[in-house]
Ligand binder design. Structure first.
Ligand code: ADP
Length: 406
């Protein structure tokens, strides 16, 4: 029997999320999460999804490190007959946050690739080290198995220099690798392609603005399947208003806070990444709670919502201009998929741009990809649930299948 399964690993600093998929039909065989690794309160939640495998299982014993976490995951999978030693496992696909300029495609991992991902740590100090630990742990467990890195930045490497470069001294920028890289690329790639499919067209024939609105949020302009601009930059801080990040801000705010408020670089890093955005504006970063407060007449929540929407609209307008012709705007991730009032407010007043929502369709809840625009609107508005794990599994499987064919 040929190997058709792919294990997808998303390793964070204290967590590992995983999914085992069968690429014959893309079915999920098991999903799970290990959190609070290295703490007394570690937890593993494993859900087998095979026909008669039973419900989710939980372990709460302390898990010391990523090695122990992956061993525990392997045991849970083995208990369902899905062990990592199975000949049906074709590869392990790893989410890697920063691939710099070098990694424009999914890449089979070897020591040289790992060294390069390591060299990029200064650009993603929180994420790349955790991704590397996950990769090393998985390689120790199955050294013979192809392991593939799928980079969050890869989809955005097609951006032209005019969009990717900051207008700062070129020598300084090049010396310190300062440019716009963009993130959430796996999601933007998946959603742009699914949107084309929803429209019944080839990705090459469709221009899409993708709005990935989760706790982190980013927009991208995708022309014929290729990213031509995206809102996150050197780091995920740039662009839209997010759950806890400010998004676009005058960089002089930083110097001002240093000089006037005596804040350190680290203080400002925490302020802009963790204490800004919706949480900074109104104390809540969950859009459900913000909508509840607005319905109860809360003015701070209303202002936070208005600032969030104002920024979103500016990006829709900017990417409209960048693309010239737009076939669809696609909303995805936690807020984009679920918050009908956000979609409604973001496109309201843009009828001149060809945008018109069907408020009935927009208010309907559904797990599937769907159109929420009126039939006569020139630009389709779509809600497309993202699936980064499926995209990582697809890219991983495509690469190892290609390599196997030689
Ligand atoms: P991330 O992957 O960035 O952590 P998600 O894509 O899971 O984020 O999105 C999480 C966010 O989605 C939550 O913070 C919340 O604001 C929003 N969200 C989730 N469900 C709903 C809902 N039913 N209505 C409105 N917002 C929602």
């Amino acid at each position: 029997m040929t190997a058709t399964r792919v294990l997808v690993l998303n390793s964070g600093s204290s967590s590992v999320k995983y999914q085992l998929l069968d690429m014959r039909g893309g079915a999920r065989l098991a999903v799970g999460l290990v959190e609070r690794i290295g703490e007394e309160t570690s937890r593993l939640v494993h859900t087998p999804l095979l026909g008669d495998a039973g419900g989710k299982r939980e372990r709460t014993a302390p898990i010391a490190d990523h090695g122990a976490a992956l061993k525990a995951v392997a045991e849970e999978l083995a208990a369902d007959g899905l062990g990592l030693d199975s000949p049906q496992l074709a590869a392990i696909g790893h989410r890697v946050v920063h691939g710099g300029l070098r990694f424009t495609e999914p890449t089979v991992i070897d020591e040289e690739v790992l060294a390069e991902v390591e060299r990029l740590v200064p650009l993603a100090p929180l994420h790349n080290p955790a991704n590397i630990t996950g990769i090393r742990t998985a390689r120790a467990l199955r050294p013979d198995l192809p392991q593939v890195a799928v980079f969050d930045t890869a989809f955005h490497t097609t951006m032209p220099e005019s969009a990717a470069r900051y207008a700062i001294d070129t020598e300084t920028a090049d010396k310190h690798l300062i440019r716009r890289y963009g993130f959430h690329g796996t999601s933007h790639a998946y959603v742009a392609r699914e949107t084309a499919r929803l429209l019944g067209k080839a990705p090459e024939d469709v221009n899409v603005i993708v709005l990935h609105l989760g706790n982190g949020a980013s927009a991208s302009a995708v022309a014929g399947g290729r990213c031509v601009d995206t809102s996150m930059g050197l780091t995920p801080l740039e662009g839209l208003v997010m759950g806890t990040r400010s998004g676009d801000i005058d960089p002089a705010v930083t110097f001002h806070l240093m000089r006037v408020a005596g804040m350190s670089t680290d203080d400002i890093d925490v302020l802009l990444n963790k204490k800004s955005g919706l949480v900074g504006l109104c104390g809540d970063n969950d859009m459900r709670e913000i909508r509840r407060r607005i319905d109860a007449g809360d003015e701070r929540a209303q202002l936070a919502f208005d600032i969030y929407i104002h920024r979103l609209k500016k990006y829709i307008g900017a990417y409209y201009a960048v693309l010239g012709r737009v076939d669809a705007i696609a909303f995805t991730a936690g807020v984009g998929e679920n918050a009908a009032p956000v979609r409604e407010a973001a496109v309201s007043g843009l009828e001149e741009l060809g945008l018109a929502l069907d408020s009935g369709l927009n208010a309907e809840r559904s797990d599937g990809a769907r159109l929420v625009s009126t039939p006569y609107a020139r630009v389709a508005v779509a809600v497309v649930p993202t699936d980064e794990e499926l995209e990582i599994a697809r890219q991983t499987f495509a690469l190892v299948s290609e390599n196997a064919l030689g």
